[in-house]
Design a protein around this ligand. Structure first.
Ligand code: PLP
Length: 396
């Protein structure tokens, strides 16, 4: 497939290794054969061969749509360049990127560990699907470093990390945890869900992670109009993942890939805007007499603030909080009175959204009762704050 080096090969500039990602992303795909700025769209299943001998060759560049098209390969190259991975494969959703990674690494009898505050559908997959194959997954507490250390077994083949964690945004010291795991076992593979940060902000593979996964559906898509995921791996794992990709037949269509390629060029500037809006919403929520606690690594008093500053420096548009008079009834009332925030799952788009986050599945509880999660989009910040304020007033 295509990796970062192939990507940089497209640029005829000296010292291109020093170019920043945003420059490479914009410069590398200039198509000077026809002069258009954007990537071209190839949608296709069948590829025509000139003759029968060409047809039965196994090393042709293109053989069938599932094995890659110019457009899907362009996206794989872009993500590999950003992740600093050897290779990237595209999946039909972010969830499928997670589940395929587990299926790729684990065999019957194996043990795996995942962070307890993980994206919930993955936990469901572990409990309802992997158990059929005698694969057992334990969940460790991200707030207690001994939790992973005591749960680690001699047959632990995979440790799955997600940082910041879903809904409450606890940050894991990825570098330190990877170092510990690799010392403890040279057979254990480390995967990480990098959807919160996107590979534009954080590059897990440079910190010791073997498999970096991104729900491109979120900030890379940016417009809530595509479902798609990516798995990026180190050189050692490329062949394994490529084989499984062929066996399972995962891909996405050219149009979806093109939408991501287009939106990737503006992801960083969108994240800056989200970041600045979240700072204002954080200040507002902390001053509100209706709010008990705010979850965001941006705030100075967050136990994750130092790690966030070291590893991320930028926030996305997510922030969660607990109501002072917390109950499911009050959360529902608060959501029902919002006029500008939409009620909807997912995040990463231009629209501000509110949801009641489900944390009932967690073994290690951070708090009792429901949490309200906000995705701060691109509406005017004062209109958003007024919307929250008038909804809080209905709680009295
Ligand atoms: C949304 C999400 C996913 C799944 O992405 P889809 O494309 O919606 O399947 C995976 N991980 C995290 C952390 C997510 O928030």
């Amino acid at each position: 497939m295509v990796n970062r080096t192939d990507y940089l090969d497209k640029i005829e500039i000296d010292n291109k290794d020093n170019l920043s990602d945003s420059t490479v992303l914009i410069r590398a795909f200039d198509d000077m054969s026809n002069g258009f700025v954007n990537n071209s769209l190839v949608n296709g299943s069948t590829i025509l061969f000139r003759n029968a001998s060409e047809m039965i060759k196994t090393n042709t560049k293109y053989s069938y749509g599932t094995h890659g098209t110019p457009t899907t390969n362009d996206l794989c190259a872009a993500i590999s360049m950003l992740e600093r991975s050897n290779e990237t494969i595209i999946t039909c959703s972010g969830l499928m990127a997670l589940t395929i990674s587990f299926l790729c690494i684990l065999k019957p009898g194996d043990h795996a560990l995942a962070v307890d505050f993980v994206y919930y559908p993955l936990k469901r997959f572990c409990k309802l699907f992997l158990t059929r194959f005698n694969i057992h997954v334990d969940f460790f507490d991200p707030r207690n470093e001994y939790s992973l250390k005591t749960l680690f077994r001699t047959n632990t083949k995979l440790v799955h990390l997600e940082s910041p964690c879903s809904n409450t945004f606890e940050i894991i010291d990825i570098y330190a945890i990877c170092k510990y795991i690799k010392q403890r076992s040279n057979k254990c593979i480390i995967s990480m869900d990098n959807s919160w940060a996107t590979p534009l902000i954080y590059k897990p593979i440079t910190q010791g992670v073997d498999i970096s996964i991104c729900a491109l559906t979120k900030y890379p898509a940016g417009c809530s109009d595509v479902i798609i995921g990516s798995i990026s791996t180190t050189k050692e794992l490329s062949l394994t993942f490529n084989n499984v990709r062929g066996l399972i037949g995962t891909t996405s269509n050219g149009y979806n890939c093109l939408l991501i390629l287009k939106s990737l060029k503006t992801t960083t500037i969108r994240l800056y805007y989200h970041h600045n809006s979240v700072i204002k919403i954080n200040t507002y929520l902390n001053l509100s007499c209706h709010v008990d606690y705010v979850f965001s690594p941006l705030q100075l008093r967050s136990p994750d603030h130092q790690l966030w500053k070291r590893d991320y420096k930028l926030s996305n548009g997510l922030i969660s909080f607990i109501l002072k008079k917390n109950s499911l009834e009050n959360c529902k009332k608060f959501l029902n009175n919002l006029k500008i925030f939409g009620l909807g799952w997912s995040w990463g788009g231009y629209k501000s959204l509110a949801a009641i986050a489900d944390i009932k599945h967690r073994h290690f509880k951070t708090n009792n009762g429901p949490i309200i999660r906000l995705q701060i989009g691109f509406e005017d910040i004062n209109d958003l704050i007024n919307d929250l304020e008038s909804s809080f007033q209905h709680l009295n």
